[in-house]
Design a protein. Structure first.
Length: 52
């Protein structure tokens, strides 16, 4: 399965921005793992924005 390069950049940037992980560590994640982190970060951001 081919994965769109733009989507990979988006996921990697999102995780790197929030967790400050190095690029290679994020790229070493399986796609499913990386998506799970993206979902978890999004959930955290949603909860934080609702608390304001």
């Amino acid at each position: 399965m081919t994965y769109a390069p733009d989507r990979i950049y988006e996921e990697v940037s999102y995780v790197a921005y929030h967790f400050h992980w190095p690029l290679n560590d994020i790229l070493d994640l399986e796609h499913g793992q990386r998506l799970r982190y993206v979902q978890e970060i999004a959930g955290i951001n949603t909860r934080l924005s609702q608390e304001r």
